[in-house]
Design a protein around this ligand. Sequence first.
Ligand SMILES: [Cu+2]
Length: 352
Amino acid sequence: MTTASPERTVGAPATRTSTADPAVGAPASGRRASWRSRLDRPVVRLVGFALALVLALVVGGGVGAIAGPTAEPVAAPPPGPAPAPAVTDPATGADVSGLAISRDGYTLDVLATPGGVDTPGELAFRILGPTGAPVTAFTPTHDKPLHLILVRRDQSGFQHLHPVMDPDGTWRTTTSLTAGDHRVFADFAPEGRSEALTLGRDIAVAGDYRPVPLPPASATATTADGYTVTLTGDLVPGTASPVTLSVSRDGAPVTDLQPYLAAYGHLVALRTGDLAYLHVHPTGTPGDGRTAAGPAIEFLAEVPSAGPYRLYLDFAHQGVVRTAEFTVVAAAGAGTPDGAPSGHGDSTPHGH
Ligand SMILES: [Cu+2]
């Protein structure tokens, strides 16, 4: 069983748990374009174009929960920013993000980091634009102008924060970090740009760093306060793969999840080894008339290559955002030359 470690469940970084995030409980209208926009990506188009056309023609408006999101974005280009095509993975042609500090003229400029181990401190940064000046106008994606993801290089200590921007473009938040190198991801869409960007860089916290081995692959994760999340679905490299996460508490299915970031769950996937930041899209929107408030939350996850990934699910229930974590190993799919795992250790079901 994969268990969320204590520091990232209720009780640890304040932002992880206490947040009565403004998004929680907020109305869902007008959010459909957000996730649809995230699907308007080259690889999705490549993989799903034919299927989407067929589905759109055959099932029309009566699309099911799984087919719908695949079909719709192709049929109706979104008005909002699309996710960045980022870097194309040479192995599969799939997109990867978060591996670069600078892209398309935009640079993640970190100004201050928490200094001490497990000591709350300010994390401050700017997004510098093509002119070198800080960007001060952003188009919200998933309800927020900027998403900040922090994770230690060993994939422990995941945090998903929403800093506040000063008028001069400096973003600030307070956080506490363990010893070691941590990856900082900024996921945002500059106003006027058609695509979102994810930039990443490392920050160091001096101290006694004891890397935590990647937990073995498991379809079940638990939180410290009694929630169990079960994952079904296989990650197929280069394909938008349906993944279902089902939430229960003390053995009973949770059917009153709250909207969080325009969905009933927010999923981040990071590739083990280089922390490539994956795009994951909820396939239903609260209030759309067909998406239940649990226990199942549906996503389309697109991984660029075979091997292990760490998945972090944020979900809101009774006013508190919780995180459940999974290790998932993507098997080589039919699209690979030999259709089989590469033989590297990373391709085995147990990962490292
Ligand atoms: Cu966010």
